[in-house]
Design a binder for this molecule. Structure first.
Ligand code: OGA
Ligand code: NI
Length: 311
């Protein structure tokens, strides 16, 4: 089984209706799909790959060797223990945002310029994807983005880019690259390695690979789209397996609600059963949700909704 692939350019032509229907089905049944012909130039994507791997080698790799997962795995091997390393991920990671751009890696030539350009393109693509979801859900154009920016006059959606490298692991059965979770926020656009695999999603009780595809962008929806859509578009469990060979690059850009945003199922999507509204999720403030999420990221999402409901 493979993750569905959507040709984004077909939204422009006579196959628009068919493509919209395909995207709706992906969101309902998969929670994940890959975009090709998404309009981000190959030239830019090639530069991103180059600066990301140069940055990893020049500014990150040495530190990973001294990191917690490496220490914990070494201890386990020395003890000849049968256990697994729990509570850590075999991952090197840092976050890029507009707010922290004075702290971005600075030694790699071209890193900052390239990643600024990339983030600006990906943010546009994220907004396009959200408008497509407005349309496939039957919501007014701009609805989801408006909710993600809601709260007060100063609220703004957050666009972050998480740059990760998953180094080769000598004992991949003893530690996970990134433990299984659903994503907290809105929509996530992932530019993953085209050589080294590792990302899997849980589909009908089975873990399946998100097959590497050169210069494709993987899209998935977070917990907040599940709430907004009243469960039509469910966020899906995924994880990254550590690999014995090769460093896997993955760059996840997420378009998330403001911490002040008020999240609740869209009225238009709440069905009525005779007299009562079938509202499946509570109304809450996204910041409250995130406070719960940081404690419970690797656990099922339902208790998180329960926890914010009680606030
Ligand atoms: C994440 C995530 C997948 C990857 O950061 O939430 O799922 O391939 N990343 O790095
Ligand atoms: Ni994730």
């Amino acid at each position: 089984m493979a993750i569905p692939v959507i040709d984004f350019s077909k939204l422009e032509g006579e196959e628009r209706a068919k493509t919209l229907a395909e995207i709706a089905r992906c969101c309902e049944e998969w929670g994940f799909f890959q975009l090709i012909n998404h309009g981000i130039s190959e030239e830019l994507l090639e530069r991103v790959k180059k600066v990301a791997s140069e940055c990893y080698k020049m500014e990150r790799e040495e530190n990973f060797k001294k990191s917690k997962p490496v220490q914990l795995l070494n201890e386990l091997i020395e003890k000849k223990s049968d256990e697994k390393v729990e509570n850590v991920d075999w991952e090197d990671v840092f976050l890029l945002s507009d707010e922290n751009d004075d702290q971005w890696p600075s030694k790699t030539p071209g890193f900052k310029e390239t990643m600024k350009e990339y983030r600006s393109e990906l943010k546009k693509l994220a907004l396009e994807v959200l408008e497509i979801m407005d349309e496939t859900l039957g919501l007014p154009k701009g609805y989801i983005n408006k909710v993600l920016n809601s709260g007060d006059d100063t609220s703004a959606a957050f666009f972050g880019t998480k740059m990760s490298h998953y180094p080769p692991c000598p004992y991949p059965e003893k530690v996970t690259g990134l433990r299984a979770h659903t994503d907290a926020g809105g929509v996530i656009l992932l530019f993953q390695d085209d050589q080294v695999k590792g990302l899997q999603i849980l589909k009908d009780g089975e873990w399946i690979d998100v097959q590497p595809m050169r210069n494709a962008i993987v899209v998935n929806t977070g917990d907040q789209i599940e709430v907004l859509s009243n469960g039509r578009y469910r966020s899906v469990w995924h994880r990254v397996l550590a690999q014995p060979d090769g460093t896997r690059r993955s760059i996840a850009s997420f378009y998330n609600p403001s911490y002040k945003a008020i999240i609740e199922p869209a009225k238009e999507l709440v069905e009525k059963d005779e007299v009562v509204d079938l509202v499946k999720y509570p109304k809450f403030v996204f910041g409250d949700y995130m406070n719960v999420y940081v404690q419970q990221k690797f656990l099922p999402k339902e208790p998180r909704f329960q926890a914010v409901k009680a606030m």
